[in-house]
Design a protein around this ligand. Structure first.
Ligand code: X8Z
Ligand code: ZN
Length: 612
């Protein structure tokens, strides 16, 4: 089973401790005597055995489907995912039978809870439900993979259009790419998404949850309402920094494009930010760079090109970082079986992912790598998943997962924060003389903030939208309006052209058709700064935080591995404490990292309109 749930039905492992009150009432009435703790132990052991056995062929089927999309591989994947979902639902229902058993061991209790809460898109326990759900999710995910936009009227695939959104500065071309992608990829999924939500909700209710969103929010070792409040609290911590960045960037875009393209007030036009979804803005750093202090003198993508890096060498360079921390090299099979570049002759899902095919050593990445800075970062991100998977391979099946899903997303990003100018010198990408001096600190921080800070409201709102869809607060007739409202409220961005309810812009973002929950990336955005701050402290770093690279530090590697090896065996605060000493997820480390930039932005923004 690939523990990062690439396919919705692979969701055995999500996580949860709190069983909703409704559960006990809905548990099947025992026809025999109440089960014993020993029976619960035996049930869990058998469930783990069954799931481990079916997960391996299921992973292989999904791998082949994602790397070779045809009607046949779609049909095979849908059928196998349906069988897996049926097994998961059956085990989840049986697990509920043991919920009231007294004196369960810690592990049996935890594993029963994981069995119950860990299905991402559950199907109802009735014939045909799992098949219909799997058919819909496969059709949406593959439809996304095969999607095309246009540029200059000609078709352009997903990975090419993503790269072109990063480099083009022509508002007409940006608008064409943005609109064609959203119209061609998103809109056709609308009906399937609606039906999928009905089916998944039916499944979630059958398992005792209010709806699918409540089930997702239950995977964090705390009651679902408390988790929603935690994400809002973290957003509150980082929001002033986001607002300051938004104010500054809007001003710069107005300077570059003029009032007709980007007015001085109101939301930012979403296609001007260097990314199809306006989720990370680093690609337009050149547009916002402050004079003098903003010229960093290098761009990672250009350095890679200048040194003739190819995608495989980029991955090797990523591996070398982990090796420097003391992690064993990737297995030979990784190099033989990964998809590192886009195959020329077939449809694939280009959106990057990391896989663990056999719950042990057959780890791989699937990317359509281009030689640019974004993909260099993404390589470190994906490898973080693979090293996590390998670190917890000795755990029992139900614990082979991140402490929570945000941890899984944060590890590789933590490593990538160490790609500092000094590190680039270390690996021969940058000459010592090119290292930007302290006068460039603001530029370096702004470059990072364009990716890291800009992402925060986006990371939150994707699931705000889905939570509201699952709860019925956003009705099918308001899918698009609800999406636009959240984009405006949280990000302060607006589409370049008017949208209506024939559109379905959420479907143009991979994780929505693929059924991958997104709050994990919001959590990861703050967690990675907590991990990075802790690693730099362990390394004895004394300078400005953003200049710290813990490359080659075996002690940091040893301590990181200790957290990773725990998998999901303990509540996430225990794992967090193991590495950072703290039990709280919070935005404080991120705020500390960017503190000098915040001061600078506040000076720049004096007298400028803020908000939208
Ligand atoms: O989907 C991803 C990874 C795969 S787990 C490439 N990310 C999010 C996205 O692309 O939207 C990483 C950052 C956010
Ligand atoms: Zn990831």
């Amino acid at each position: 089973m690939s523990t990062i749930r690439i396919r919705p039905s692979l969701g055995v492992l999500a996580a949860l401790l709190a069983i909703p009150a409704a559960t006990a009432a809905q548990a099947p009435t025992a026809t025999t005597a109440a089960p014993t703790a020993a029976e619960a132990d035996a049930f869990v052991a058998d469930a783990e055995k069954q799931l481990a056995a079916v997960s391996v062929p299921n992973n292989r089927i999904n791998w082949v489907n994602a790397t070779y999309i045809t009607d046949d591989t779609d049909a095979l994947a849908a059928a196998d995912n349906a069988r897996l979902t049926e097994l998961q639902v059956k085990l989840a229902n049986e697990a509920a039978r043991f919920a009231t058993v007294k004196s369960l061991s810690y592990d049996t209790r935890r594993k029963l809870d994981l069995l119950r809460g860990g299905i991402v898109l559950p199907a109802a326990d009735r014939p045909g439900a799992a098949d219909e759900l799997a058919m819909l999710t496969t059709r949406m995910a593959s439809g996304y993979g095969k999607g095309r936009g246009t540029l200059d009227g000609k078709p352009i695939n997903g990975s090419d259009i993503e790269a072109a959104m990063g480099t083009s500065r022509d508002p007409a071309k940006l608008q064409e790419m943005w609109t064609s992608w959203h119209d061609n990829v998103g809109a056709p999924m609308r009906a399937d998404y609606q039906r999928m939500s009905v089916l998944a909700n039916e499944g979630a209710k059958g398992l005792g949850y209010a709806d699918t969103g409540a089930m997702w929010r239950s995977g964090y070792d705390m009651p679902p309402e408390q988790f929603a409040a935690l994400t809002d609290r973290i957003w509150g911590e980082v929001k002033p920094l986001y607002l300051a960045l938004h104010t500054y960037v809007r001003w710069k875009l107005n300077e570059k494009y003029g009032d007709a393209v980007q007015p001085r007030t109101g939301p930012i036009r979403a296609d001007l930010l260097g990314n199809m979804w306006a989720q990370e803005w680093g690609n337009i750093y050149d547009v916002v760079a402050p004079k003098g202090a903003g010229d960093l003198g290098y761009d990672v993508g250009e350095l890679l090109k200048a040194r003739q890096y190819d995608p495989v060498r980029m991955v090797k360079q990523g591996e070398a970082f982990y090796s420097s921390l003391g992690f064993a090299p990737l297995p030979e099979s990784f190099w033989q079986r990964s998809q590192i570049v886009k195959p020329a002759d077939r449809e694939v899902i280009c959106h990057a992912s990391a896989w663990d095919l056999d719950n042990a050593d057959d780890i791989r990445i699937k990317m359509c790598t281009k030689v640019n800075g974004d993909d260099f970062t993404t390589i470190h991100h994906e490898l973080g998943h693979n090293y996590y998977q390998r670190a917890y391979k000795a755990q029992p099946f139900l614990y082979k997962n991140g402490a929570n899903d945000g941890f899984h997303e944060a590890i590789g990003d933590t490593i990538a924060l160490s790609i500092t100018p000094d590190y680039l010198v270390n690996i021969g990408l940058l000459n010592r003389a090119q290292v930007p001096g302290p006068d460039k600190d603001i530029g370096l921080l702004l470059r990072q903030a364009m990716d890291k800070v800009a992402f925060l409201p986006f990371g939150l709102l994707i699931d705000k939208w889905r939570w509201q869809v699952f709860s019925g607060q956003i009705a099918p007739g308001g899918y698009q309006a609800g999406w636009d409202a959240l984009r405006l409220q949280y990000q302060g961005v607006k589409p370049p052209v008017a949208r209506d309810e024939t559109k379905f812009d959420p479907g143009a973002k991979y994780h929505v058709p693929a059924g991958v929950p997104y709050t994990r990336y919001f959590l990861a955005r703050v967690l990675q700064f907590q991990f990075y701050e802790a690693a730099c402290r362990q390394a004895g770093w004394k300078g400005p935080l953003h200049r710290c690279s813990f490359y080659d530090n075996k002690e940091v590697g040893r301590r990181l591995n200790a957290m990773l090896a725990m998998g999901q065996s303990k509540p996430w605060p225990d794992a967090l404490q193991t590495f950072t000493g703290s039990r709280e997820m919070s935005g404080k480390a991120l705020i500390a990292y960017f503190a000098p930039l915040k001061t600078w932005l506040d000076q720049q923004n004096k007298g400028k309109p803020q908000g939208w």
